[in-house]
Ligand binder design. Structure first.
Ligand SMILES: CC(C)(COP(=O)(O)OP(=O)(O)OC[C@H]1O[C@@H](n2cnc3c(N)ncnc32)[C@H](O)[C@@H]1OP(=O)(O)O)[C@@H](O)C(=O)NCCC(=O)NCCS
Length: 189
């Protein structure tokens, strides 16, 4: 052990998610909502949440054209999940890509798992030809996640919307962040 930097041998691995991971992924997502969104989303919504494996299984089995899901696994346990693919917002170019969700189980926060998931997803998205930028939506009151994304190069683009009241009542707002990718220039090697 030394204090010169992070441990070079990761204690978790990133892999593609499969439909069989549905319950584990939704367990991480539910725990993330309950911890991160307390005080932002009404308690009744958070306390009423339960994992929905059939729905998640369908999403993991068919993430749509260009969509993908990675997870972080440690000792056989799923501890994080990221979902991404082409942007869903009609006001942006279809070449733009989006991080749809990024969740780490709260008992694993602060150890670099989120960074590894986000970096891996960004690598896949920005490796696609002609991608001008990557966007994501985050709850306006989710300060921890906003700082996390800002540290990873995202900035707010000034777009704000309310979550559908049928899903989350109480005027809960989310804001859009953008991460510009560098367009290749002639002469680049
Ligand atoms: C946002 C979220 C994904 C971040 O995941 P995470 O695994 O905690 O992220 P990281 O560990 O990479 O980074 C978070 C902090 O840990 C620190 N950290 C990273 N690696 C570390 C390590 N090896 N040792 C100690 N600290 C470390 C980072 O510097 C950062 O610290 P800071 O906030 O004081 O700057 C996680 O908090 C989460 O799932 N939140 C709930 C869901 C959510 O809000 N998702 C975003 C909207 S979809």
């Amino acid at each position: 052990m030394n204090d010169t930097g992070p441990d070079p041998s990761p204690w978790f691995r990133i892999r593609a998610a499969s439909p069989e991971d549905a319950l584990a992924v939704d367990t991480v997502r539910t725990a993330g909502w309950r911890h991160a969104y307390r005080g932002v989303v009404p308690d009744a919504v958070l306390d009423g949440m339960t994992p929905d494996p059939p729905r998640r299984r369908r999403q993991l089995a068919d993430p749509g054209p260009g969509g993908f899901d990675y997870l972080a696994e440690s000792g056989g346990r799923v501890i994080g999940w990221v979902s991404a693919g082409p942007v869903r917002d009609s006001d942006l170019s279809t070449a733009v890509q989006e991080v749809y969700a990024c969740y780490v189980h709260p008992d694993q926060w602060g150890h670099g798992v989120g960074a590894a998931l986000l970096t891996t997803a960004l690598g896949t998205l920005t490796g696609r030809p002609g991608v001008p930028e990557v966007v994501l939506w985050v709850l306006e009151g989710n300060g921890r996640a906003r700082r996390f994304y800002e540290r990873h190069g995202f900035t707010p683009d000034g777009t704000r919307r309310l979550l559908p009241p049928g899903r989350v009542p109480g005027d809960v707002a989310e804001v859009r962040y953008v991460h510009a990718t560098r367009a290749p220039h002639h002469g680049d090697v």
